[in-house]
Design a protein around this ligand. Structure first.
Ligand code: G4P
Length: 191
């Protein structure tokens, strides 16, 4: 998606050869115009999949997910990383290990929000090792619902996440794919 690639070129900061900082439009300050266009793009990419729900993970997946939900006219659920005080029972749970942050989080979703027969689109901001998407897919499968697709804003194609998800048969669409971050430069993967 050219708009997202242009924004990454203009405002992304390469912190190391594997971390891209996008705090000015995704991870801290958010760009609503860009998020709206991202929602429209995901609706185009997954519009024929009879999506009934969108599932993301807090916090940075929420903005693009809600915009996609608006376009597809479906509810948006975000998995929580901490157990809620008011949501004690009836939770689907998966453990997600972050290689980037070197920590594990139990992620949870209330059983009332995903039903067998739902066609769920997963949305997240970054795809690195794929662990967050796999955890979300595990929750959807625990609910006996279908993972209808995985929509990613920024795929770091030099990390194994995309290959892992594709090898499991998931339909993955990444709006920007980064081939490398070497020499403080963002190089996009060409189709
Ligand atoms: P994975 O799910 O693909 O395996 O990714 P990983 O564990 O490596 O990512 C853990 C967290 O780090 C996620 O955010 C992810 O969005 C973020 N992340 C991974 N690579 C980058 C990167 O190059 N740049 C930035 N800015 N973030 C990256 P999170 O912990 O869920 O945080 P948030 O959603 O609350 O922002």
């Amino acid at each position: 998606m050219k708009l997202l690639e242009d924004k990454i070129k203009a405002e992304g900061i390469v912190l190391s050869d594997h971390v891209l900082k996008v705090d000015s439009f995704i991870n801290h300050q958010m760009d609503p115009i860009l998020m709206k266009e991202i929602g429209i793009e995901f609706a185009k990419l997954f519009g024929d999949k009879q999506i009934t729900k969108i599932l993301t993970i807090e916090s940075s997946g929420i903005a693009p997910a809600i915009m996609a939900g608006l376009e597809l006219n479906v509810p948006v659920i975000f998995a929580r990383k901490r157990k809620s005080l008011t949501l004690i029972d009836n939770l689907y749970t998966a453990t997600v290990y972050s290689f980037t942050k070197k920590e594990s989080n139990d992620i949870t979703v209330s059983k009332q929000y995903i039903q067998p027969g739902d066609h769920v689109l997963i949305i997240d901001d970054f795809l690195a090792n794929g662990q967050a998407a796999l955890g979300l897919a595990e929750i959807i499968e625990q609910a006996k619902a279908t993972v209808s697709g995985i929509g990613i804003l920024i795929e770091k194609s030099f990390q194994p996440g995309a290959t892992t998800l594709l090898s499991k048969g998931y339909h993955v669409e990444s709006l920007a794919r980064i081939a490398s971050l070497t020499d403080s430069k963002v190089t996009f993967k060409q189709d």
